[in-house]
Design a protein around this ligand. Structure first.
Ligand SMILES: [Fe+2]
Length: 315
């Protein structure tokens, strides 16, 4: 259909991503296999090593393996209730590593993967934001920006999000009603196999079309597991109802999440500031990383950005 075809970008057509676009439109979630993103097992290994080393560093030296999970006893700070959990939930068996873009080039390369970038761009479309001092670039500006980069390190345990599965929408802080443009989007790179028993992402197919928040208990009844082999990338807009199943098997469920925002939406991490002096250029596509970080965006500014006239010299 000609009208629909015009909505597809050159990148979507060049990479042959039409079926994944269709899944995003109909189900509100799609899963890209590694042969489509081009990410290799060696790349996944390097991401895994960087994240496990960071886990050990952050926990004061707790060793950890993919096969066995954390090998030491962990205690959590008092009163550190985690989001989305029941108040009577047992000790967490999941930790969030934040600011993963800083850790290793392998993690930065995930964020600039051209195939994933094409789908995120499809979800968010063009931007009206003017790039500082670069009006030409603004002509074709894309709206997608990075909001944060994280890794959920999840191990065996009764801990989960409870019967409601922690179902929520990532763009839940933005005002209703939501339209067809994604205000946030999530690319979850699976560094271990995602299965129901391994504590996969839970989601409700088609829920993004409701344009609002989950309605329980029906939402949990309709939730299914996003099952995918290691190396896959799960993509969904911020309007899709999602949560997670508990992990019933030994070892880790490990991921690397690149979380995006529309240029008009507040980021989770202030990456245009926090990444400015980090090695963001050290990645496969530094020009894309620069856009994603919003280093040239006119907002939010940190100093006077509009021109100021000066008193002419006398005479
Ligand atoms: Fe979420």
């Amino acid at each position: 259909m000609e009208t629909a075809a015009k909505l597809l970008s050159d990148e979507v057509k060049r990479f042959g991503l039409e079926r994944y676009v269709l899944e995003l439109e109909s189900d509100g979630l799609t899963i890209l296999p590694p042969e489509v993103t081009g990410v290799t097992p060696e790349h996944m290994d390097r991401c895994t090593q960087a994240l496990l080393a960071r886990f050990t560093e952050m926990t004061g030296g707790c060793p950890i393996t993919v096969e066995d999970g954390p090998l030491g006893e962990l205690t959590w700070p008092q009163g550190s209730g985690l989001p989305l959990t029941d108040k009577d939930a047992p000790q967490p068996s999941q930790m969030l590593i934040q600011q993963t873009l800083r850790l290793d080039r392998s993690l930065r390369d995930l964020a600039v993967n051209p195939v994933v970038d094409a789908l995120i761009d499809h979800l968010m479309g063009p931007s009206a934001m003017r790039a500082n001092g670069n009006r030409a670039a603004a002509q074709n500006a894309k709206a997608r920006r990075l909001s944060s980069s994280n890794s959920f390190v999840k191990w065996q345990g009764d801990f989960g999000y409870g019967p409601a599965l922690g179902l929520h929408c990532d763009q839940g802080a933005t005002p209703l009603p939501w339209g067809r443009v994604a205000l946030t989007a999530n690319a979850t790179w699976c560094l271990t196999d995602y299965t129901l028993d391994d504590g996969a992402l839970a989601y409700v197919p088609g829920s993004h079309r409701s344009g609002g928040h989950p309605v329980q208990p029906r939402a949990a009844q309709d939730a299914v597991a996003a099952e995918a082999p290691r190396g896959s990338c799960i993509i969904f807009p911020g309007s899709t109802w999602h949560g997670a199943f508990p992990k019933r098997t030994p070892g880790l469920r490990l991921n690397a999440v690149t979380y995006y925002r529309h240029a008009s939406v507040l980021p989770q991490e202030n990456v245009s500031v926090t990444m400015r002096d980090e090695p963001w250029q050290d990645c496969e596509h530094p020009e894309v990383m620069r856009e994603l970080l919003g280093l040239d965006d006119s907002f939010p500014y940190v100093e006077q950005s509009f021109p100021v006239p000066q008193l002419a010299a006398a005479g």
